[in-house]
Design a protein around this ligand. Structure first.
Ligand code: SAM
Ligand code: GLN
Length: 261
């Protein structure tokens, strides 16, 4: 099948042209300029049709293009890791503000996923980061991104739950950041979420399981804790006296506990 035929099929299937270009790029391993300049170039029909079908089922484009831009940088992504969200850039901004204000040197992240948060913070500040994730693939993808983006020597990654892998140095960790799972198990889901790892998204009937368990497990005195939360989860944190910040769309998005005021 020629590129021009593939583009026609994509159009007939209602796929935006930009997406069709990106999918073809991923199959023939060439850039967009090449595709536009070579309409007669042959590509493997079966791979193309399969990816078009998968897109119709909501398979995320980022798992096809193997990447996502986050906080000015390009992160490598593959199926099995959570795709970083644009909204989470706000969490990174808040974390960087606290790190600068309190001159923080050592921080940790629970649930690194692709490394989008921890690597963005390391790239913007002179800090040392400790990251955990229960998913082996997340640890792998984060180390690939840390190497690519040049922060590997200021990052320690360990597979494990919460901050258990770093128990021995817990006292040294000045700031804790996390974008944990917070989706309610029975909520109506966008079909794209279906393709992402469940352990990255769901947190019980009220979406608060992760937060409750975390708060039970650790003594936070002396720490600053910065968590991403769902738009309807602000009151849970306000009731405990935390500060809740709204994102640029006006939704509750980040909860902050600060014992260093
Ligand atoms: N930080 C990444 C981001 O913002 O793109 C990933 C966030 S994703 C919503 C949540 C991540 O937390 C997933 O990678 C998941 O595997 C991990 N996770 C879930 N429960 C965890 C736990 N108890 N301890 C450590 N990691 C956990
Ligand atoms: N913001 C994500 C979504 O619903 C949920 C992320 C999370 O649970 N941390 O797309």
């Amino acid at each position: 099948m020629k590129i021009k035929e593939a583009l026609k099929i994509a159009k007939e299937n209602g796929l935006p042209e930009l997406e069709a270009h990106l999918i073809i790029c991923s199959i023939i391993n060439k850039n967009k300029e090449f595709i536009i300049a070579h309409p007669e170039y042959e590509l493997y029909e079966e791979s193309f049709i399969k990816l078009i079908e998968m897109r119709k089922e909501g398979y995320p484009l980022q798992y096809i293009t193997k990447g996502k831009e986050f906080f000015k940088r390009w992160f490598y992504i593959e199926e099995g890791v959570f795709i970083p969200r644009y909204e989470t850039e706000f969490l990174v901004e808040v974390a960087i503000t606290y790190i600068k204000k309190y001159n923080i040197k050592k921080f940790c992240e629970i649930g690194v996923g692709s490394g989008a948060i921890i690597i963005s913070i390391l790239s913007e500040t002179a800090t040392f980061g400790y990251g955990t994730d229960i998913s082996r693939k997340a640890i792998k993808v984060t180390s690939i991104n840390a190497e690519r983006l040049g922060v590997k020597d200021r990052l320690v990654l360990k597979k494990g739950s919460f901050l258990e892998p770093f128990k021995k140095i817990y006292n040294d960790l000045e700031l804790i950041v996390s974008n944990p799972p917070y989706v309610k198990i029975y909520s109506n889901l966008q079909k794209e979420l279906f393709w992402e790892p469940r352990e990255a998204l769901f947190a019980g009937e009220d979406g608060l399981d992760f937060y409750k368990e975390f708060l039970n497990m650790y003594n936070l005195s002396g720490k600053i804790v910065i968590l991403e939360i769902g738009h309807d989860q602000g009151d849970f944190f306000r009731k405990m006296g935390w500060k809740v910040l709204k994102d640029y769309s006006g939704n509750d998005r980040v909860a902050v506990y600060n014992s260093r005021r």
